[in-house]
Write a protein that binds this ligand. Sequence first.
Ligand SMILES: [Zn+2]
Length: 128
Amino acid sequence: MIKNYVPAEWKESVEYSLEFTYDDNGGFSFPCDASGNVLPMTECAKQNYETCLAHQEEFKRFNEFLVRRIRYREPAHGTCSCGTEVELYDQYYGACQCPKCGQWYNLFGQSLLPPEQWETDPSEEEYW
Ligand SMILES: [Zn+2]
């Protein structure tokens, strides 16, 4: 059994950006904070941002504040007996392997034999 088991859970994060789009939906997007202040960016991105601000007439959507809510599933995880943090995801028939020591686990963190030692139930074979 894996130690410090943490079940999979849905998480949500929020991203903010300032959008500049042309009629054809192409355009620019600049990450910003919740107040609409652009985040630190590369010199190249900064030049693009300043060019966008200077050419309002070219954009269908100009400097619009956009909020994106992103829902994602964080996989279950835990600590392998070798000390490595292991993400429990469906790598192979609902099982996954510790990248360091090679121990196999199911998605609930229970230790498994390696797949080559799994037995096939003959009554299930006909369904495949
Ligand atoms: Zn391990």
